[in-house]
Design a protein around this ligand. Structure first.
Ligand code: ATP
Ligand code: FE2
Length: 335
């Protein structure tokens, strides 16, 4: 049946409604970002933000001229992983809408949605995914009907590390874009050497670690290095670790496509480093447009679409959220 799949994202700081046509045309999302006044994200406060934003976001979505409630053929939502209270808000809204509209409900794996929206947007077929976000850092590839995690962070996500460093230096959330800007400032006066600003390089086999890098970067500031220099060094080191593991994943799997996803994939330096690596080994490098890198409802709708095509549906009784859902928990039956 032709129509639109609605997608609802609520795993952490972003509450977002997006949609995709049954043919796979992606439509922009309507989102609201929870920004804590100070400190990190408190799950309860973020969930309150999501509840309070619901009616305004739904109004924006439905006042769009391309939108009609009658055209919705399914409602997809992030079932996990994420912060329990936040996931619960999205799941409740999804259950209500699916029941009210009498359409199928689809519980979606958020990590897999980052991959599927990237595949839709870029046209890559069977990529290694470098999934770099606040909460997650994973190198993933499809094998035997699952997206397998070939390597991942052993402590915190790369985005979380950037956000924490930024917060320690008095910059507001999200810190990644501001760090990118300061790193560019550092480069304005010509090429730079890392000699003064070495940080611990956290690669452990196929896995990664970022907390040592964070501690050391903070130390460099107290030793008198400029904020711009440390931001630059932090990007160079942390991105190099991710690109190294991604390259090894390409080599081991024999795949020839690299896809970037997650909020940190908005970063132009990470894109550049990934492209250089791919060019050197004859692989192709892809990234979605920025609004589809950060968390968004459209990516949830897109994975919902793939599942719906395969006849998958989530019964209300099976729609409980799963805050610890893993990328490889989800059977991948679509092409
Ligand atoms: P997930 O649930 O998948 O872990 P998330 O909740 O962290 O996702 P995303 O929107 O995927 O949400 O990613 C947000 C992260 O992306 C933040 O840590 C933010 O600092 C980072 N980020 C956004 N833009 C940039 C950028 N230009 N450079 C570096 N990091 C960025
Ligand atoms: Fe995400």
């Amino acid at each position: 049946m032709e129509g639109i799949i609605l997608g609802i994202e609520s795993t952490a700081h972003t509450f977002s409604f997006g949609s995709v046509s049954t043919e796979g045309e992606l439509f922009p999302s309507f989102s609201s970002l929870f920004r804590p006044e100070e400190g990190g994200i408190h799950p309860r406060e973020a969930a309150d933000h999501h509840s309070e934003s619901t009616s305004e976001l739904l109004k924006k979505l439905s006042s769009n001229e391309d939108f009609s409630w009658d055209s919705i053929v399914a409602v997809a939502f992030s079932q996990g992983p994420g912060l329990g209270p936040c996931l619960r808000v999205g799941a409740s809204v999804a259950r209500t809408l699916a029941t009210r509209l009498s359409v199928p409900l689809l519980g979606v794996n958020h990590c897999v949605a980052h991959i599927e929206v990237g595949r839709n947007q870029t046209g890559c077929i069977d990529p290694v995914l470098l999934y770099v976000s606040g909460g997650n850092t994973q190198v993933i590839a499809r094998a035997d009907g699952r997206y397998r995690v070939l390597g991942e962070t052993l402590d915190i996500g790369i985005g979380n590390m950037l956000d924490k460093f930024a917060r320690n230096q008095g910059m507001p959330f999200p810190g990644g874009p501001k760090i990118e800007q300061l790193a560019l400032e550092h480069l304005k006066n010509g090429p730079k050497s890392l000699d003064e600003a070495y940080l611990p390089y956290g690669v452990h086999g196929m896995d990664l670690a970022f907390s040592g890098m964070l501690t050391s970067a903070t130390q460099k500031i107290s030793e008198g290095l400029s904020l711009e220099q440390v931001c630059w060094s932090l990007q160079e080191h942390s991105f190099a670790t991710c690109v190294e593991v991604a390259e090894r994943a390409l080599a081991h799997t024999g795949k020839t496509e690299l896809l970037l996803g997650g909020g940190v994939a908005c970063n132009d330096r990470l894109r550049e480093m990934s492209k250089i690596m791919c060019d050197e080994r004859g692989a192709n490098c892809f990234w979605p447009e920025k609004p589809f890198c950060i968390d968004n409802g459209t990516m949830i709708a897109e994975l919902g679409r793939r599942m719906l095509e395969c006849g998958i549906e989530t019964k209300i009784m099976d729609s409980a959220i799963d805050p610890t859902l893993r990328t490889d928990n989800t059977a991948v039956v679509w092409q």
